[in-house]
Every structure is written in structure tokens, then in C-alpha cells.
Write a protein that binds this ligand. Structure first.
Ligand code: NAP
Length: 288
């Protein structure tokens, strides 16, 4: 039987720990507080930010969504972030991507101060991952961190495994390749210019798809040995407008050892990681 790697049991377990940690922080004078900067009305961004707020509040943290107009000028946008950087009551800040075109030249990773960058995009946070320098002062990008948590919680070995990641973005593919490497896996990072991707994925123990093309990964990417773990990061809409991943779940699920569903797989793990990072940022403020 194929193992369906649902995030639900992990969410239940980790939420309990996070609630306790949050209570402890509040008792010690720090109420974890996240500010999410949302620009415009992108429907997917509205859903993602609402989910983040809901989970933060569920564990007892505070979360405000700072909704800015689509045509906000650069100066006002930067001023808003600077005010949050300076606000000692706020421990975490994230900017919901994508940015509108007129702001897309800005290097988002450098805007939020390192100690509040709980998305893990700041150069110092990325360097900590790159150099395998684990430290409570630094934050690991949420989706890669959530994927590793999902595998570890399901007792899926990473060390000595061959991993194929499809997609080389700064927020998923590249940091994830580093994390897997730090866990002693051997990684092949594939992208749109990679030749013969299917030959690579068929040879690997773990396949991660972070591309953004609905149902792209079908049975032709999978080995016939039924020994692979498939992680689907994609959040796409199918022809009927329903949320779906990069992996054609129905075609692949019976051909592998384990697979994440969409929804209910990597998405909630990303939010769990965000909450973990927020509480870590808050703990870093404690002077115990
Ligand atoms: P992105 O920045 O657009 O990057 C997409 C990557 O896929 C690029 O590296 C691109 O290659 C590669 N690619 C495109 N077409 C390809 C093809 N035909 N074959 C192989 N590689 C191909 O995307 P992203 O921000 O990483 O997001 C990827 C997906 O994950 C999206 O669906 C997004 O919504 C989802 N996502 C989900 C979560 C979550 O929490 N579940 C979090 C983040 C993202 P090039 O570099 O050569 O262009």
C-alpha cells in the first residue's frame, strides 16, 4: 500500500507543542507577533495569507495582515517595512509574493531585518543554510524546512538517498537542495533546461517537484520498482479551477512507496515552519 504523506497528523502534534511554547513566551512577557505584508488582491495570496493568520492565532500568536494597494509607490512600501523592522513588539515579518511588477526589481530578501525574516530569505539566513551552520539565530526557508520535517516525522531516511528536485527557485529548489545535502543526501537539481529529466528522476529515491505546472509529473517520471518517495510542492489550478499539484496524483500514487497529497501535504507544512520560526524569533528576544 502506498503511504499518503498527509500533513494532518504532524500538524496536530506540532500545534500542541507550539501552543505550549507560545503560552510560555506570553507568560514571560513576549506575545509572538507576525506582520504579513500583502500587496494587491491576488486570489492565491489572499488565501495563503489568511491561512497563515489562522494558524498563528490557533497557537496563540498575534498576526496582522497589512493590506497595501496594488499601486502603492516604492517609497511608501519601503517605509512600511522599515516601521515594522523598528517595531519592538513585532518579532516576525513576511512579504507575500509575488510583488506587483513596479516593485519586482526590489531584492525582497534584504528588506526585512535578519532577526525578523522568518521566511528565511535574508542573505545571512540563506548563508547559514548554505554553510550548514545550524543556529537558533537563523531561520530556514519555510517550504524546504517543512519538507524535511514531513520526511523525518514519517521516518523516511534522507542520508545516503539520491534526491531529484525539479525547480531551482530561491524560495524552494535551491535552499531545499542545500538542506538535503546537509542531511547527507546526494542531490540533482533540475530545471527547465535540464535534458532527460525523466532519466534522472527514475534513478532517484526521493523526487520533489516545485515547478508550477499542473499534473506535469506523470508515470513517465517514475521508476518501475515502486520504491520512490514523491513530494509535490506545486500549488496550481486544474482545468476545472481546482487546486492541484505538479504531480498527477492518480497516475502516480500506485507506482510509489509514498506520496504527498495536494492539498494537505507540503502547503500546511510550510505554515507550520513559519509558526516555528516565529516562535524561535520570539524566544531569541527573551532575556532569561
Ligand atoms: P518558480 O520560481 O516559478 O520556479 C519554477 C521552477 O521550475 C524554475 O526553476 C523553472 O526552471 C522550473 N521549470 C519550469 N518549467 C519546467 C519544466 N518544464 N521542466 C523542469 N523544470 C521546469 O516557482 P516556485 O516559486 O519555486 O514555485 C513552484 C511551485 O510551488 C508553484 O506551483 C508554487 O505555487 C508552489 N509553491 C508551493 C508552496 C507550498 O507551500 N506548497 C510554497 C512555494 C511554492 P528555470 O529556472 O529554468 O526557469
Amino acid at each position: 500500500m502506498t503511504q499518503i504523506l498527509s500533513s494532518a497528523p504532524i500538524k496536530k502534534k506540532i500545534s500542541k507543542d507550539l501552543k505550549n511554547e507560545c503560552k510560555f513566551l506570553i507568560e514571560n512577557g513576549i506575545h509572538p507577533y507576525l506582520k504579513v505584508i500583502l500587496i494587491g488582491n491576488n486570489p492565491a495570496s489572499l488565501i495563503y495569507t489568511a491561512s497563515k493568520k489562522k494558524f498563528c492565532e490557533r497557537i496563540g500568536a498575534k498576526c496582522d495582515i497589512i493590506a497595501l494597494s496594488e499601486d502603492i509607490d516604492q517609497l511608501t512600501f519601503l517605509k512600511t517595512i522599515e516601521e515594522i523592522n523598528q517595531d519592538s513588539n513585532v518579532q516576525g515579518c513576511i512579504i507575500q509574493l509575488p510583488l506587483p511588477k513596479h516593485l519586482s526589481h526590489l531584492d525582497v530578501g534584504k528588506l526585512i531585518s535578519q532577526e525578523k525574516d522568518i521566511d528565511g530569505f535574508h542573505p545571512d539566513n540563506l548563508y547559514a543554510v548554505l554553510s550548514n551552520h545550524e543556529s537558533t539565530d537563523h531561520f530556514v526557508s519555510c517550504t524546504p524546512k517543512g519538507i524535511i520535517t514531513l520526511l523525518l516525522e514519517n521516518n523516511i531516511e534522507i542520508a545516503n538517498k539520491r534526491v531529484a528536485i525539479i525547480g531551482r527557485s530561491m524560495i524552494v529548489g535551491k535552499p531545499l537542495a542545500c538542506l538535503f545535502t546537509n542531511h547527507d543526501a546526494t542531490v540533482t537539481l533540475c530545471h527547465s533546461k535540464t535534458l532527460n529529466i525523466r532519466e534522472i528522476t527514475k534513478e532517484c529515491d526521493i523526487i520533489v517537484s516545485a515547478v508550477g505546472i499542473a499534473n506535469m509529473v506523470d508515470e513517465s517520471f517514475i521508476s518501475s520498482k515502486k520504491n520512490q518517495v514523491v513530494i509535490d510542492v506545486g500549488m496550481n489550478t486544474d482545468t476545472e479551477g481546482l487546486l492541484c499539484g505538479d504531480v498527477d496524483f492518480e497516475k502516480v500514487k500506485d507506482l510509489v512507496l509514498a506520496i504527498t497529497p495536494v492539498p494537505g501535504g507540503v502547503g500546511p507544512m510550510t505554515i507550520i515552519s513559519l509558526a516555528q520560526n516565529l516562535l524561535q524569533a520570539s524566544k531569541n528576544r527573551l532575556s532569561l
